[in-house]
Ligand binder design. Structure first.
Ligand SMILES: Cc1ncc(COP(=O)(O)O)c(C=O)c1O
Length: 377
């Protein structure tokens, strides 16, 4: 199946019992057994649920993985992947990962004995020199939230492969989605998503996903998914499946609108810097164009007027709603330092309070430009 077809059909043949074209919501916790220990593939919904199975098969197809696993949130997916490791293992992570990921690593997992180092993963020398004999995982986010930094997945996969004991290369592909970027094809071992964002696409569900290849990872991660139990309910799986059906056309429109907005803002006298992966001013535009199909829907800007101006603009837009999260069909605006990334405000990776993050939706770009024009003015 081509990608667009997989979005509509992968994992979801018509229901064999009723012919229902859309995947039913199997709202059940348990399943009758034909004899003691003899079930029909499902025994308890933490372990497995048919609506979740459909979502997991669809996610695997989109990322080109052997298997997919769905979680209750992006953070639950991240936490479960980190449980592949043991105390004293070392993780080399990007110094610009999502604030919640940094909080999980530093405040929850470090006290349990995992050791983290953060480097600028856009600089391959820093990746090479950050590796240690005990490095068991490289954690990449690309593009990053909210600075839109882009790291070279293939080059980092090669660095990982060339080490004595290759660490897992994990890529958080939330911002790009598999329509724009397929990390497993570039040598990554595991892909993680917050399906809350573009995959579901309508800001009506919180979810996460892990996709990977190989029998041993499948066995271990599925074991952890069931043992830890941070699974999504069937209604949430249904909503994510429904959102995925339109992923390609949404990502094209998000990218077109974001490109026009990035171009407009780059010329605006009140804007000192635009961060957008495909914009010519982006330091990794060449890498972004090589590994991504389009630039995506996220744009961040620095305002000459600093934090007060950022706050004023964020509170002045009418169409861009002042809200956390991203990746829905509607446009959102926020100040990461005070909102999504407040948890890292006292860390070395604190975000400049003069930075504004835009999640550009699929509305008319003329309306979005007019809204920004008025708010900036
Ligand atoms: C890049 C990235 N990864 C992971 C997460 C966490 O996902 P969730 O909020 O679904 O737990 C987020 C949330 O904003 C994110 O932006």
């Amino acid at each position: 199946m081509n990608f667009e077809t997989a979005c509509v059909h992968a994992g979801q043949p018509p229901d064999p019992t009723t012919g229902a074209v859309m995947m039913p919501i199997y709202q059940t916790a348990t399943y009758v057994q034909d004899g003691v220990g003899q079930h029909r593939g499902y025994d308890y919904s933490r372990t497995g649920n048919p609506t979740r199975t459909a979502l997991e098969a669809c996610l695997a197809a989109l990322e080109g993985g052997d298997f997919g696993l769905a979680f209750a949130s992006g953070m639950a997916a991240t936490d479960t992947v980190l449980r592949l490791l043991a105390p004293r293992d070392h993780i080399l992570a990007g110094n610009d990962v999502y604030g919640g990921t940094f909080r999980l690593f530093e405040r929850v997992l470090r006290p349990y004995g995992l050791d983290f180092t953060y480097v600028d993963t856009t600089d391959l020398n820093q990746v090479r020199s950050g590796l240690r004999p005990k490095t068991r995982m490289i954690w990449l986010e690309t593009p990053t939230n909210p600075l839109l930094n882009v790291s070279d997945i293939s080059a980092i996969a090669k660095i990982a492969r060339d080490t004595h004991t290759p660490p897992y290369l994990v890529v958080d592909n939330t911002f790009a989605t598999p329509y724009l970027q397929r990390p497993l094809e570039m040598g990554a071992d595991i892909v993680v998503h917050s399906t809350t964002k573009y995959l579901s696409g309508h800001s009506d569900v919180v979810g996460g996903a892990v996709v990977a290849r190989g029998a041993s990872l499948r066995e271990r991660l599925a074991y952890l998914q069931n043992a830890v139990g941070a699974v999504p309910g069937p209604m949430d799986c249904f909503l994510i499946l429904r959102g995925i059906k339109t992923l390609p056309i949404r990502m094209i429109r998000h990218s077109e609108n974001a490109t026009a907005i990035a171009d407009y803002l780059a010329k605006h006298p009140k804007v000192s810097r635009v961060l957008y992966p495909f914009h010519p001013s982006h330091p990794s535009a060449e890498v972004a164009r090589r590994q991504m199909r389009f630039g995506g829907g996220m744009v961040s800007i620095m305002l000459r007027g600093g934090d007060e101006e950022a706050r004023r603009v964020a509170e002045s837009t009418r169409l861009f709603a002042l809200a956390e999260s991203l990746g829905g069909v509607e446009s959102l605006i926020e100040v990461p330092a005070i909102m999504t990334h407040a948890s890292i405000s006292n860390s070395p990776f604190a975000i400049d309070p003069g930075l504004l993050r835009l999640s550009v939706g699929i509305e008319s770009v003329d309306d979005l430009l007019a809204d920004l024009e008025e708010a900036l003015g």
